[in-house]
Design a protein around this ligand. Structure first.
Ligand SMILES: [Zn+2]
Length: 97
């Protein structure tokens, strides 16, 4: 296991839940890792299934985030294609402890 603060996963999950409920306000939330308001939430959409996507949730300040399974995309959330997902930084995944 690498450096991400232990016990942080629950904090990340809580921030993700908030972002999922109100995606357009994700930039107002403080990062669970560093406290900066640099969080991003995007959903990688497969062609032909626009209502579902794989969430990418990360902070562009400390470059940490969490990995989540495909889910329904909430209203107002940012959608990107698989090709666009290649441009998302390869952030450090905080894992459950
Ligand atoms: Zn951060």
């Amino acid at each position: 296991m690498t450096g991400a603060a232990d016990g942080a996963y629950a904090l990340w999950e809580a921030e993700y839940d908030k972002a999922y409920d109100n995606p357009s306000a994700v930039h107002t939330q403080a990062c669970a890792g560093c406290g900066e308001r640099c969080l991003h939430l995007m959903f990688v959409v497969d062609a032909g299934q626009p209502e579902k996507g794989r969430p990418l949730f990360w902070c562009s300040n400390c470059n940490r985030g969490i990995f989540l399974c495909r889910t329904d995309i909430p209203e107002g959330a940012e959608r990107i294609s698989k090709e666009q997902a290649d441009d998302v930084p390869n952030y450090q995944v905080v894992i459950p402890t």
